[in-house]
Design a protein around this ligand. Sequence first.
Ligand code: SF4
Length: 267
Amino acid sequence: MIYSYTQISQYLRCPRSYRYRYLDGWREKDTRAAMVFGRCFEKALQACFEQEDPSAALFKEWGAYRDTPFEYRKGESWDRLVHQGVHLLQKFAQDGRVSIPDPKGNLQLKLTRSLAGGNEFVSYIDAIGELDGKPCLIDWKTTTSRYAEEPEGLLSLDPQLICYSWISGISDVAFVVFVRKQLPEIQYLKATISEEQRREFGRLVESTIAQVESGQFSSHSGIRFPQNGCVSCSHLGLCLNNQQLIETNLVRRPGASDLDWLDELTD
Ligand code: SF4
């Protein structure tokens, strides 16, 4: 069995949701414009490091979805997203804070790690390069709101960065966050992950897999105002037996878990 960060975090959020997705095959429909745009933007970033025109790459990638009937958030459109994307790419080039030596070998790396019982863990790392001249593992994020930066050190608790540090063995990690807002902004957020954090994450992976393999899929509904995790859960229709919600949000595609890493591209 192959596990990923998305699988482990989904189980920890709600084991019932994990069962719906990974055992029963209920996936969220690929109609979220932001997620698809995030994928296109990442291709444009890649072009940036390969000495190609990143704006042209963005137009080419995102252009393929011009007539796709996506669900856009209020105030968003195909044009607005591409405009924000080009602005962010220009700002990124002007900042000049990230360099990727050997982009062919250091962008979108697939890392694997063997686990007990013949299982395997796989991660796709966006980039290994330098931020402000210091070697570091980098994860790109496209989002509509800024990441919290306070209190100091907060990012070192981010489970996705801890996971990537664990699988790569690299202590210095960073999110480069492309914020699509009125005035586009890029956050360069650095963190250092300790050896103890990596060991702890390894134990968390093993104990989570043990619970999956022993068939523990009770619901963690988290119904508590104002942080009600069920409201943003794509599987809400299944829990409420609401056919309309199921048809709106989900598609049943058993065995599609190999694509779940795509969700890690956006926040
Ligand atoms: S709707 Fe709530 S209880 Fe049901 S799967 Fe989602 S998070 Fe879990």
